[in-house]
Design a protein around this ligand. Structure first.
Ligand SMILES: [Fe+2]
Ligand SMILES: [Fe+2]
Length: 166
Protein backbone atom coordinates (compact mmCIF):
# COMPACT_ATOMS: atom_id res chain seq x y z
CA UNK A 1 0.00 0.00 0.00
CA UNK A 2 2.82 2.40 0.91
CA UNK A 3 4.60 1.69 -2.37
CA UNK A 4 1.36 2.25 -4.29
CA UNK A 5 0.92 5.64 -2.62
CA UNK A 6 4.49 6.61 -3.54
CA UNK A 7 3.93 5.72 -7.20
CA UNK A 8 0.60 7.54 -7.35
CA UNK A 9 1.99 10.68 -5.73
CA UNK A 10 5.21 10.61 -7.75
CA UNK A 11 3.08 10.47 -10.90
CA UNK A 12 1.34 13.67 -9.80
CA UNK A 13 4.54 15.51 -8.87
CA UNK A 14 6.36 14.39 -12.02
CA UNK A 15 3.47 15.89 -13.97
CA UNK A 16 4.10 19.23 -12.28
CA UNK A 17 7.88 18.97 -12.70
CA UNK A 18 7.51 18.14 -16.40
CA UNK A 19 5.26 21.15 -16.93
CA UNK A 20 8.07 23.35 -15.58
CA UNK A 21 10.72 22.05 -17.99
CA UNK A 22 10.93 25.24 -20.01
CA UNK A 23 13.35 26.74 -22.51
CA UNK A 24 15.96 24.85 -24.52
CA UNK A 25 17.29 22.98 -21.48
CA UNK A 26 13.82 21.99 -20.39
CA UNK A 27 12.81 20.84 -23.83
CA UNK A 28 15.69 18.41 -23.97
CA UNK A 29 14.66 16.57 -20.78
CA UNK A 30 10.89 16.91 -20.95
CA UNK A 31 10.54 13.66 -22.88
CA UNK A 32 12.64 11.72 -20.37
CA UNK A 33 10.57 12.98 -17.44
CA UNK A 34 7.45 12.10 -19.38
CA UNK A 35 8.65 8.52 -19.89
CA UNK A 36 9.39 8.16 -16.17
CA UNK A 37 6.08 9.81 -15.24
CA UNK A 38 3.93 7.49 -17.34
CA UNK A 39 5.75 4.47 -15.97
CA UNK A 40 5.00 5.60 -12.41
CA UNK A 41 1.34 5.54 -13.35
CA UNK A 42 1.91 2.00 -14.61
CA UNK A 43 3.57 1.12 -11.29
CA UNK A 44 0.57 2.40 -9.36
CA UNK A 45 -1.81 0.46 -11.62
CA UNK A 46 0.33 -2.64 -11.21
CA UNK A 47 -0.20 -2.49 -7.42
CA UNK A 48 -3.97 -2.04 -7.34
CA UNK A 49 -5.11 -5.52 -8.33
CA UNK A 50 -2.60 -7.21 -6.04
CA UNK A 51 -3.64 -5.07 -3.04
CA UNK A 52 -7.20 -6.36 -3.38
CA UNK A 53 -6.11 -9.94 -4.06
CA UNK A 54 -4.27 -9.83 -0.75
CA UNK A 55 -7.37 -8.56 1.07
CA UNK A 56 -6.31 -4.93 1.28
CA UNK A 57 -8.09 -1.86 -0.05
CA UNK A 58 -7.29 1.71 -1.04
CA UNK A 59 -7.99 4.35 1.64
CA UNK A 60 -11.25 6.19 1.16
CA UNK A 61 -9.48 9.50 1.76
CA UNK A 62 -7.20 10.42 -1.15
CA UNK A 63 -5.39 13.00 0.96
CA UNK A 64 -4.50 10.32 3.48
CA UNK A 65 -3.19 8.19 0.60
CA UNK A 66 -1.02 11.01 -0.76
CA UNK A 67 0.30 11.92 2.71
CA UNK A 68 1.30 8.31 3.31
CA UNK A 69 3.81 8.56 0.44
CA UNK A 70 6.05 11.20 2.04
CA UNK A 71 6.71 12.56 -1.46
CA UNK A 72 6.32 16.25 -0.60
CA UNK A 73 10.03 16.65 -1.36
CA UNK A 74 9.02 16.43 -5.04
CA UNK A 75 7.28 19.80 -4.95
CA UNK A 76 8.63 22.43 -7.31
CA UNK A 77 12.06 23.92 -6.57
CA UNK A 78 12.63 27.66 -6.18
CA UNK A 79 12.62 29.02 -8.81
CA UNK A 80 10.23 26.41 -10.24
CA UNK A 81 11.93 26.17 -13.63
CA UNK A 82 15.43 25.46 -12.23
CA UNK A 83 16.28 22.50 -14.44
CA UNK A 84 19.16 21.24 -12.36
CA UNK A 85 16.99 21.12 -9.23
CA UNK A 86 14.16 19.46 -11.14
CA UNK A 87 16.54 16.74 -12.31
CA UNK A 88 17.92 16.26 -8.80
CA UNK A 89 14.41 15.75 -7.50
CA UNK A 90 13.71 13.22 -10.22
CA UNK A 91 16.89 11.33 -9.34
CA UNK A 92 16.01 11.32 -5.62
CA UNK A 93 12.55 9.97 -6.46
CA UNK A 94 13.99 7.14 -8.55
CA UNK A 95 16.53 6.23 -5.90
CA UNK A 96 13.82 6.17 -3.24
CA UNK A 97 11.70 3.95 -5.46
CA UNK A 98 14.61 1.55 -5.95
CA UNK A 99 15.00 1.21 -2.18
CA UNK A 100 11.25 0.61 -1.76
CA UNK A 101 10.96 -2.01 -4.49
CA UNK A 102 14.18 -3.72 -3.54
CA UNK A 103 12.75 -4.13 -0.03
CA UNK A 104 9.54 -5.55 -1.49
CA UNK A 105 11.54 -8.03 -3.59
CA UNK A 106 13.48 -9.17 -0.52
CA UNK A 107 10.27 -9.56 1.49
CA UNK A 108 8.47 -11.60 -1.14
CA UNK A 109 11.12 -13.70 -2.86
CA UNK A 110 10.43 -17.39 -2.32
CA UNK A 111 7.26 -16.55 -0.34
CA UNK A 112 4.80 -14.65 -2.51
CA UNK A 113 5.60 -15.23 -6.18
CA UNK A 114 2.72 -13.12 -7.51
CA UNK A 115 3.81 -10.01 -5.60
CA UNK A 116 7.47 -10.71 -6.31
CA UNK A 117 6.77 -10.86 -10.05
CA UNK A 118 5.28 -7.34 -9.94
CA UNK A 119 7.94 -5.93 -7.59
CA UNK A 120 10.90 -7.14 -9.62
CA UNK A 121 9.43 -5.76 -12.86
CA UNK A 122 8.81 -2.36 -11.28
CA UNK A 123 12.31 -2.42 -9.78
CA UNK A 124 13.83 -2.97 -13.23
CA UNK A 125 12.05 0.10 -14.62
CA UNK A 126 13.10 2.20 -11.62
CA UNK A 127 16.73 1.19 -12.16
CA UNK A 128 16.43 2.31 -15.78
CA UNK A 129 14.88 5.63 -14.73
CA UNK A 130 17.71 6.22 -12.28
CA UNK A 131 20.23 5.65 -15.07
CA UNK A 132 18.51 8.24 -17.28
CA UNK A 133 18.81 10.93 -14.60
CA UNK A 134 22.36 9.97 -13.63
CA UNK A 135 23.29 10.47 -17.27
CA UNK A 136 21.55 13.84 -17.46
CA UNK A 137 23.02 15.21 -14.21
CA UNK A 138 26.50 13.67 -14.11
CA UNK A 139 27.10 12.74 -17.77
CA UNK A 140 27.41 9.16 -16.59
CA UNK A 141 26.96 6.82 -19.57
CA UNK A 142 23.74 4.88 -19.14
CA UNK A 143 23.62 2.65 -22.21
CA UNK A 144 19.92 3.30 -22.56
CA UNK A 145 17.88 3.90 -25.66
CA UNK A 146 14.79 6.09 -25.51
CA UNK A 147 11.51 4.31 -25.02
CA UNK A 148 9.89 3.57 -28.37
CA UNK A 149 6.90 5.66 -27.28
CA UNK A 150 5.78 7.37 -24.03
CA UNK A 151 4.13 4.84 -21.74
CA UNK A 152 5.90 1.84 -23.29
CA UNK A 153 6.66 0.40 -19.80
CA UNK A 154 8.58 -2.60 -21.16
CA UNK A 155 8.69 -4.52 -17.87
CA UNK A 156 5.36 -3.65 -16.20
CA UNK A 157 3.02 -3.55 -19.17
CA UNK A 158 1.57 -6.96 -18.37
CA UNK A 159 0.66 -5.78 -14.87
CA UNK A 160 -1.08 -2.56 -15.94
CA UNK A 161 -3.26 -3.58 -18.85
CA UNK A 162 -5.91 -1.07 -17.76
CA UNK A 163 -3.69 1.57 -19.38
CA UNK A 164 -3.73 -0.08 -22.83
CA UNK A 165 -5.90 1.85 -25.21
CA UNK A 166 -6.53 -1.10 -27.54
FE1 LIG B 1 7.78 4.16 -10.23
FE1 LIG C 1 10.60 5.70 -11.75
Amino acid sequence: MYNASVEFTAYYYFTNLRVHCTGMDGESVKGIIEDARLEDLSHYESCVQRIYELGGSLPNDAQEFVRMSGCQFLQLPIPPTNMHEILRKCLAAEQGAIVNWNKMCNLTIGKDPATYDIAKDILKEEIEHEAWFLELIYNRPSGHMRRKYPGERPHTRKHSRALDIC
